[in-house]
Write a protein that binds this ligand. Structure first.
Ligand SMILES: Nc1ncnc2c1ncn2[C@@H]1O[C@H](COP(=O)(O)OP(=O)(O)OP(=O)(O)O)[C@@H](O)[C@H]1O
Ligand SMILES: O=C(O)[C@H](O)COP(=O)(O)O
Length: 405
């Protein structure tokens, strides 16, 4: 097990810069509370109680998406979880941010604006390049220590994740510690019987990219969400194309993954279960198309069909281990929840080891009245947890380990 320094190793009364992952669902412009807030509250509360001056960084959404919003609401939500005021400044490393940081008293907490509003945060680049950005070079001198608590974003090489560990003494927060331990232990575990992975969500690139490596470990992949549409497109069905100019869900991910999808269908076809059909909205009601009826130009497909739910059910129930990454449909709308809820309920009712991962996907457990105790591990990480399953290092974690050595 790799070792890094944790907040137990911090000196007293430090000025600390803490990277959280508060990336949340946004409905009608409003950030929704979710378990990322309650989990990070432990780290933030502890640092404030210890008398450190605490400055928080986090991202929200991706530029161009409707989830790409300010973090002003996040400060209030996190504050409720730690029962303490969290100040917010709509700036990242300009004068307003520096003044607010300077004015902090011991035990006070300040949240900076969405890191992805700085051009220096994205794209993914080497840590040395990120450490040299104005973002890191301006903020780092204001602090004694950098704490990374964002395990669920540790697979990204963004400035706030990989730049600061080269510029400041670096430590792991409580969420980083517990998620890293749980996910690494799971990645190293051997399972005897049937191992199934349910793959869905919108971030098809994250899941398809690791399916080839995981193909040695996983017996069956059951597909839903955007990944399933791209596999159906490769199989010749009329789905998996962008039809809204402002929403790039399919075509870029298709271009980035077409070769892998075709290779997987060629070499691992017997391990991959695809939807028999998909559901869409017709006059406010749920309606379904079989694969042959799919018609991408005229419909948004929001869930796997009922027949697909029935097909995946015995695969799940006959498994000794089940991993879920990404919702199988838009479960936030009840009429498109059948795929995700059907799968999650089957996992909960089966005597198997299970992991439900993903910031959004893990919300389906509370939303549909299920009990977290019925799952082996509920991770607030999605992309990072399946990357960890492949045994590959996560850049954000690697840098913490390097810092400790
Ligand atoms: N057919 C679909 N069309 C549009 N959205 C979908 C579809 N199927 C699933 N989704 C959405 O996918 C979202 C969850 O997947 P996402 O890829 O964002 O992963 P996540 O669980 O948040 O993991 P991570 O932590 O990696 O972001 C859900 O909010 C759900 O509404
Ligand atoms: O929600 C997540 O998985 C992390 O916050 C990373 O977000 P990203 O996939 O937009 O980089």
């Amino acid at each position: 097990m790799a070792s890094f320094n944790t907040i137990d190793d911090l000196d007293d009364a430090q000025r600390v810069l803490v990277r959280l992952d508060l990336n949340s669902p946004v409905e009608d412009g409003e950030a929704q509370d979710n378990r990322r807030f309650s989990r990070h509250a432990e780290t933030v509360g502890e640092l404030a109680d210890e008398g450190h001056r605490v400055v928080l960084m986090a991202h929200q959404g991706r530029p161009g998406r409707d989830t790409f919003v300010s973090l002003d609401q996040h400060a209030g939500i996190l504050g409720e979880h730690i029962d303490r005021e969290i100040q917010f400044v709509d700036d990242i490393y300009g004068d307003d941010a520096l003044d607010a940081i300077e004015a902090l008293e011991p035990g006070e907490v300040l949240l900076l604006e969405n890191t992805r509003m700085s051009d220096d945060e994205l794209p993914e680049e080497a840590p040395e390049v990120k450490a040299d950005t104005e973002f890191v070079q301006t903020l780092a001198p204001q602090f004694d220590a950098y704490i990374n608590d964002a395990y669920s974003a540790a697979h990204r090489k963004h400035a706030s994740l990989v730049g600061f560990p080269l510029a400041l003494p670096a430590f792991a927060g409580r969420v980083m510690e517990t998620e890293y331990e749980a996910n690494t232990a799971i990645a190293n575990r051997e399972f005897d019987g049937q191992v199934t992975m349910l793959v869905g969500g919108t971030k098809a690139t994250d899941v398809i990219g690791v399916m080839e490596t995981l193909g040695e470990k996983i017996d069956t992949f059951c597909l839903g969400g955007i990944a399933s549409h791209l596999f159906l497109r490769a199989a010749g069905y009329d789905v998996g194309y962008d039809r809204h100019e402002d929403l790039d869900l399919y075509d870029t991910q298709w271009a980035n993954n077409e070769d892998v999808i075709r290779r997987l269908l060629d070499e691992r076809r017997d391990q991959i279960e695809l939807p028999e059909g998909l559901a869409y909205e017709d006059d406010g009601e749920r309606a379904e198309h079989t694969r042959e009826q799919l018609d991408a130009a005229n419909h948004d497909y929001m869930d796997i069909s009922e027949e697909t739910v029935e097909k995946y059910d015995p695969t799940i129930r006959n498994s000794d281990a089940v991993f879920l990454k990404g919702a199988l449909g838009v479960f936030e709308e009840e009429q498109f929840s059948a795929g995700t809820v059907g799968a999650v309920k089957a996992i909960a009712e089966t005597d198997c080891f299970s992991v439900v991962g993903g910031g959004d996907t893990s919300r389906s457990i509370e939303m549909y009245g299920m009990d977290e105790a019925d799952f082996g591990h509920v991770s607030i990480a999605g992309g990072a947890y399946i990357r960890a399953l492949t045994g590959d290092d996560l850049p954000g974690v690697e840098l913490l380990v390097d810092a400790a050595n």
